[in-house]
Design a protein around this ligand. Structure first.
Ligand code: F6P
Length: 368
């Protein structure tokens, strides 16, 4: 058993509904069951590098279960192994990991719970190898982390996106338009697939299945020939045409992962207007999918993962990431999420079910 008196907790990367639920679960179990002291690390790795620690009491984590965002703040630009420093008029990247590790030791943090996506957890794995006792908790609305079947935040994002699809039906029907909803997900199509199926999208376009404009237009023509004067397209921000590339909205050079996708829905809308002669409009949901209160399902999952992280610390099981495997809460090596994105498999049962009810993935030769 590890001798633990004081632990630290940090949220890194983009915010995500359920982060506060994890913080609450970790802090409450650590405080009540073990009597450990709990310190929050502010603004992701920025706080570790700058020694910004804040004591968390039971009162601090009370009432935050339902709150979106993170009470600790977060950052996706601060990598201790490639930290951006100003030098004259420019910037340089330097390895300041020794400083970050030193701050954790000086503060007397015996173990850390680091909550984040692939970037944050990759760094966590390196810090674990440098000697810190770490348990990772996977988070992302994209649901694309290797090592876990599900991430908290995903259900909330799907629920927001589904509501948007539901609402856009009104205008699509009234104006006989093509309405395109662009959802997040990076290079994975999980949000588009689930929200597309839940919202009854006629066409779902995901990065894993490159589309052809002809197939998408054929589906719209086919619907019109059946008397359906409108069509709903749910498109993932990372979707791309066959032989083409994803649309990059901008590059953020200070970010650990600089590419920001976005805008493919507008490109598709213009092409479909040209090919079908029907009016098209695109709505990009963006960060709305990450905002607000987590769904009950995300609150439950976040609580389970947070509680499990503390159990692992108490058992001395470090260098692990808590995870959902086969419907159960368990754990995998912290090295797992860095092995690449978890994409939608082409034989996923939801793709099969969607095709069975006539949904197009933009890869057929004719509508149907
Ligand atoms: O990974 C979560 C996510 O919301 C992606 O779906 C999206 O591509 C990206 O983050 C947006 O990042 P940012 O908040 O830096 O714009």
């Amino acid at each position: 058993m590890a001798e633990i008196k004081r632990i630290g907790i940090m949220t890194g990367g983009g915010d995500c509904p359920g982060l506060n639920a994890v913080i609450r679960a970790v802090a409450k179990r650590a405080l009540f069951e073990h009597g450990w002291e709990v310190f929050g690390i502010e603004d992701g790795y920025e706080g570790m590098i700058k020694a910004r620690f804040r004591r968390l009491t039971a009162a601090d984590v009370s009432g935050i279960l339902t709150q979106g965002g993170t009470i600790l703040g977060t950052s996706n630009t601060s990598d201790p192994y490639a930290y951006l420093l100003r030098r004259g008029k420019g910037t340089v990247r330097r390895d300041v990991s020794v400083r970050a590790v030193g701050h954790v030791r000086e503060k007397g943090l015996d173990a850390l719970v680091l909550i984040g996506g692939d970037g944050t957890l990759h760094t966590a794995a390196r810090l674990a190898k440098a000697g810190l006792r770490i348990v990772g908790v996977p988070k992302t609305i994209d649901n694309d982390l290797r090592g876990t079947d599900r991430t908290f935040g995903f259900d909330t994002a799907v629920s927001v996106a589904t509501e948007a699809v539901d609402r856009l039906h009104t205008t699509a029907q009234s104006h006989h338009r093509i309405m395109i909803v662009e959802v997040m997900g990076r290079r994975a199509g999980w949000i588009a697939l689930y929200a597309g199926v839940a919202g009854g999208g006629d066409i779902i376009l995901i990065p894993e299945i490159p589309y052809t404009l002809d197939a998408v237009a054929a589906k719209i023509h086919f619907r019109r020939s059946c008397g359906k004067k409108f069509s709903i397209v749910v498109i993932a921000e990372g979707a791309k045409p066959k032989g083409g590339e994803a649309v990059i909205h901008k590059r953020i050079e200070t970010s650990v992962d600089p590419v920001r996708l976005g805008g493919v829905g507008f490109v598709l809308g213009d092409e479909l207007e040209r090919l079908t002669g029907q009016e098209a409009r695109c709505v990009v949901l963006g960060h709305l999918q990450r905002g607000g209160s987590p769904t009950p399902s995300d609150r439950v999952l976040a609580t389970q993962l947070g509680a499990e992280a503390v159990r692992l610390i108490a058992r001395g099981e470090f260098g692990r990431m808590v995870a959902v495997r086969g419907g159960k809460i368990s754990s995998v090596s912290l090295d797992e999420p860095a092995k690449g994105q978890r994409l939608v498999p082409l034989d996923h049962p939801l793709i099969t079910a969607a095709r069975a009810v006539g949904t197009s993935f933009g890869d057929e030769n004719a509508g149907g």
